[in-house]
Design a protein around this ligand. Structure first.
Ligand code: PHB
Length: 392
């Protein structure tokens, strides 16, 4: 090491001590706690998020803003009852600097609470729980994915545009499904159509027969739905097996067919979905990302991988602005708010409540792909109602 750089470091250390902050910022490992589902119905979603986040770190030589990154994986099993204890393990036992998580809207609440109370930056790479970027918004909470309202709103709007007047919503009975239903209803209404029924199944149950038996009698032209992962595979197959596929158009938030088209097979053909991502998006970033992700993991990228990768890009932008100090939440937040994230979905910025402003694409499942057939809504922001934060 040359004289100048050593002197610079000593000066930096002296300045940090003067500020009352230990001079660890530059070289000490940055501990990231990855709390994701690695088992259960959402296991594949968690794996793709983790792999893509790791890919972003590897592309940066294992470091973010000069700090080597240490990753700690914790399987949250998509179980809200275990969430507070799991978060506590990461924040108290492992002393993480940054939290990454999670997929399930119920589980994410424990992470949001810890991020708010302990001022630990949290990056949400999936869970759409609207409260995280509405009434519980915080300078330390950032979402790289979507609010539950966004894709379903796009789906409702697209159906109304196509002339549908009445539709039903079918979902697992928990926050993600209910909030998506509100988006679907709002989207239909904005186009002069109506959501007439909502049918639910407890999460993560996959006995769909009782609701499938009711659909023909509802008098609706379309069924919108929220299911994902293993449950989405089963629902799509059961819908076709019940003879409904050619009778009542099946559609939904894009998770219904995301990352699961292969096992769904012919049963998925023709399903309409709306999402902030699609297989055919042919921007250069997406093509490069899909190739590198496939080479690294042997799997195809999907929206979950994109969200994991973008969580990494957001963390990097924030850390650079905060000069590697994850505890400097205001500086970190300023860096992320100012950033334009070069995402495989297309570049996006965050809304004032830290949720992506993004185009929701209309897609149709065809030959094993979620083909983009148009924009359902361009540059859609979550309403962010109730967010009280400086600048929001
Ligand atoms: C959620 O619980 O917020 C959730 C889970 C899986 C998805 C999307 C949203 O694919």
């Amino acid at each position: 090491m040359g004289q100048i750089s050593r002197r610079t470091i000593l000066a930096g250390a002296a300045a940090a001590v003067a500020l009352g902050r230990p001079a660890i910022a530059q070289a000490a490992p940055l501990k990231v706690g990855m709390m994701l589902p690695f088992s259960g119905t959402y296991a594949a979603l968690g794996e793709n998020i983790a792999s893509a986040f790791e890919l972003l770190i590897a592309e940066n030589g294992g470091k973010l803003a000069g700090r080597p990154v240490t990753l700690i994986r914790l399987d949250d099993e998509s179980d809200p009852a275990k969430a507070p204890a799991n978060v506590n393990r990461l924040t108290e036992r492992d002393n993480v600097d940054v939290l990454l998580g999670t997929v399930h809207s119920g589980v994410v609440m424990a992470l949001v609470q810890a991020a708010r109370e302990k001022q630990i930056p949290l990056f949400i790479p999936n869970a759409g729980n609207v409260a995280a970027t509405r009434e519980l918004c915080s300078p330390s909470v950032f979402r790289s994915s979507f609010s539950n309202w966004q894709p379903a709103y796009g789906m409702g709007r697209a159906l109304a545009t196509r002339g549908v007047k009445k539709a039903a919503w079918v979902t697992w009975d928990y926050a993600a499904g209910k909030e998506s239903g509100e988006g679907f209803r709002d989207g239909l209404r904005a186009g002069g159509a109506e959501m007439t029924h909502q049918l639910t199944v407890p999460f993560p149950e996959t006995n769909f027969q009782p609701i499938l038996a009711q659909i023909s009698g509802l008098g609706v032209e379309a069924v919108g739905s929220f299911f994902a992962g293993g449950g989405a595979i089963q629902f799509v197959k059961d819908y076709a097996a019940a003879g409904l596929r050619d009778k009542v158009q099946l559609c939904g938030s894009g998770f219904l067919t995301e990352g699961v088209l292969k096992p769904q097979g012919a049963a998925a053909e023709g399903i309409l979905t709306a999402l902030h991502y699609g297989d055919g998006l042919d921007n250069a970033k997406n093509l490069a990302f899909r190739a590198v992700f496939k080479a690294k993991t042997g799997r195809d990228a999907d929206v979950y991988a994109v969200q994991g990768y973008d969580a990494g890009q957001m963390l990097l932008a924030g850390l650079v602005a905060a000069k590697g100090d994850a505890a400097a939440v205001q500086a970190l937040a300023a860096g992320i708010r100012a950033a334009k994230i070069d995402s495989p979905r297309g570049a996006f910025t965050l809304s004032a409540s830290h949720n992506p402003v993004q185009t929701i694409w209309l897609r149709q499942a065809k030959d094993g792909q979620n083909k983009v057939i148009g924009a359902a809504v361009e540059a859609l922001a979550d309403p962010g109602a109730g967010c009280k934060m400086a600048g929001a």
